[in-house]
Design a protein around this ligand. Structure first.
Ligand SMILES: C[S@@+](CC[C@H](N)C(=O)[O-])C[C@H]1O[C@@H](n2cnc3c(N)ncnc32)[C@H](O)[C@@H]1O
Length: 463
């Protein structure tokens, strides 16, 4: 019996699993069936078996089907605390070095360029010219890459509360935001499948141990466990021994192989657990002081304020349903509470500044405290606002992450539930709850949360 007559799109699912590592459970069989139907219409083949044969023999068609299933959802400065960490890393690495020392950064996957351009804006805002860094950006979606190269964005790409960078680096053309050429020139885009070493090699040139920072965010959550391991191996090869890897908020627990947080307050910027000091370049644990001052930002372009995660993603509405299983990632060892794992020069929180009043200010201040490992103070700040201000999903989520940094799983869980009460489509809270459930051995619950997250993502992909 052919796979086609057994499960209509099983062969397509298998191809997607083999080629891009997609775990079909994450987007759902219905989404894959819909994608296959769309492609059959486009190529005017009405027999499923004939289409699946075409898929096996025609790489162009394979890539077009991939376009229908990938979730190329991204936005500028997604998880702003990551960019705060990048600033510290860049300053610690580059200050006091000769002008020919530069940072090499990889964004994989880069979707339509929102992430690599955010990296470029961060470094330009610090005052580093394009000669001090190089950003490579790859993705398996040619559609996303051509949008990235065009550099034209809808309001959806500007979801964060702080969009001051938009005035600095974009201009408007008939209501479309167009990114400045000076930012575009900082990023080199290339098509590649991160699971295919040959393609990666072609896209990146000599790439082993080349990168100071690898951004690999919001990909692992969609992958099978074999594919996750393959991506992790690729990151391991790409990264310098003392480099930093940045994953999505729900992804640190997916990595298995000896990664530790770069700073206790930033659980999704990671470095190798062991490394030989000074093996390659400067350690970014360099002590703070005059030597780590960033150059002056360009005139007329004031530095952005650090803020928390952006505005709510679209897709709010009915609570996600809970149904069938999807594999939950294995929990990672939690960092020791307020332990001295910090490897990045710490900025003192604005103790002398006016107390934060708005939600955005509170989130910014709590993030700064968290980056300085002052978790309890950060929690107190969030809780103070929770008592007096309107309830905010983002604040509960951040409080949950802070409790998690202190190893307080129960309190973290409570906060993630409150987050969902306010925003049922908060996929990061769902994934965090899934990981907590896995951690206490409740795999059924973990699967339910993961499945709910999958449905949320599916709805967002469809909207
Ligand atoms: C949700 S976006 C993440 C973009 C960005 N890193 C972020 O966090 O906002 C996921 C991207 O992964 C890409 N992708 C999926 N599988 C891939 C693979 N095997 N190799 C390279 N890119 C892949 C998709 O095309 C999509 O653009």
């Amino acid at each position: 019996m052919s796979p086609v007559s057994f499960t209509p799109t099983a062969a397509a699912e298998e191809m997607l699993r083999r080629w891009i590592g997609l775990d079909p459970n994450t987007i759902g069989a219905a989404a894959i069936r819909r994608a296959v139907r769309l492609r059959m219409l486009a190529v005017e083949i009405d027999d499923l078996a004939a289409y699946l044969r075409r898929l096996e023999s025609d790489v162009g068609e394979r890539d077009r089907l991939v376009e229908e299933v990938v979730v190329a959802e991204s936005w500028f400065f997604r998880d702003p605390q990551v960019y705060e960490q990048l600033r510290r890393f860049a300053v610690a690495r580059l200050s006091g070095t000769s002008p020919d020392t530069s940072l090499r950064i990889l964004s994989v996957p880069c979707a339509a360029g929102e992430e690599p351009y955010s990296i470029a804006m961060t470094l330009l805002d610090l005052g580093y010219g394009p000669d001090r860094f190089r950003i490579d950006a790859i993705d398996v979606s040619r559609v996303a890459l051509s949008k990235a190269r065009a550099g034209r964005y809808s309001p959806n790409a500007f979801r964060n509360a702080d969009t001051a960078y938009r005035d600095r680096w974009f201009h408007s053309e008939k209501g479309v935001a167009v990114i400045d050429e000076s930012v575009q020139r900082c990023v080199r885009f290339a098509w590649a499948n991160v699971l295919d070493e040959r393609l990666l090699d072609e896209a990146l040139g000599v790439w082993r141990s080349s990168y100071d920072v690898v951004f690999c965010r919001n990909l692992l959550i969609y992958l099978t466990s074999d594919a996750r391991q393959a991506v992790e191996r690729a990151i391991g090869l790409l990264l310098k021994p003392d480099g930093m890897v940045v994953v999505g908020a729900a992804e640190p627990a997916i990595l298995r192989d000896g990664w530790v947080p770069c700073a206790a307050g930033s659980t999704f910027t990671l470095r190798r657990a062991t490394r030989s000091p000074g093996a390659v370049g400067r350690s970014f644990g360099a002590a703070p002081g005059p030597a780590v001052e960033a150059p002056k930002p360009p005139a007329g372009r004031p530095l952005p304020a650090a803020i928390g995660r952006g505005a709510d993603p679209p897709g709010k509405g009915a609570p996600p349903e809970v149904a069938t299983a999807a594999p939950a990632p294995a929990p990672a060892p939690a960092p020791p509470p307020e332990a001295p794992v910090v490897d990045v020069a710490e900025a003192a929180p604005g103790d002398t500044a006016a107390p934060p009043r708005t939600l955005r200010e509170v989130i910014a201040a709590a993030n700064t405290l968290a980056n300085a490992r002052r978790f309890s103070e950060a929690i107190a700040l969030c809780e103070g606002y929770q008592q007096s201000g309107p309830p905010a999903a983002e604040l509960f989520f951040l409080t949950g992450m802070l409790h998690q940094s202190l190893g307080r799983a129960d309190l973290a869980e409570d906060c993630f539930h409150k987050t969902l009460y306010l925003d049922a489509a908060h996929e990061e809270a769902l994934l965090a709850l899934s990981l907590l459930a896995t951690g206490r051995g409740d795999h059924r619950r973990a699967e339910q949360f993961r499945d709910s997250a999958r449905r949320v993502l599916e709805r967002k992909g469809a909207s």
